[in-house]
Design a protein around this ligand. Structure first.
Ligand code: SF4
Length: 96
């Protein structure tokens, strides 16, 4: 893994595209959760869902692979992982 990708990362979900299938929750239930509206949201260490549009939570290093797999498998292409420092997407539909 390159240095670039070991920097602090954060993840957010575009709920407008979420299909509610819950694949992300299967991969990383520590960070993703389906709410009663049937859509997935990111979740902080306090276990609270972040429901404002574009809200992010930090990516714990130990969960990086699970979160990257979620982004790859997400049928809505709506899981975005970006560098915290400059908000450049490193995994997800807008990654280079
Ligand atoms: S995998 Fe993607 S489409 Fe499926 S619930 Fe999670 S965010 Fe929504």
């Amino acid at each position: 893994m390159s240095d670039e990708k070991t920097e602090a990362l954060e993840v957010w979900i575009d709920q407008d595209l979420c299909t509610g299938d819950g694949i992300c929750v299967q991969y990383a239930p520590e960070v993703f959760e389906l709410d009663i509206d049937g859509l997935a949201y990111v979740k902080g260490e306090d276990d609270e869902l972040r429901q404002s549009p574009g809200a992010t939570v930090p990516v714990p290093v130990t969960l990086l692979q699970d979160i990257v797999d979620s982004a790859r498998e997400c049928p809505g292409d709506c899981i975005h992982v970006r560098r915290s420092a400059d908000r450049v997407e490193v995994y997800g539909p807008d990654a280079p």
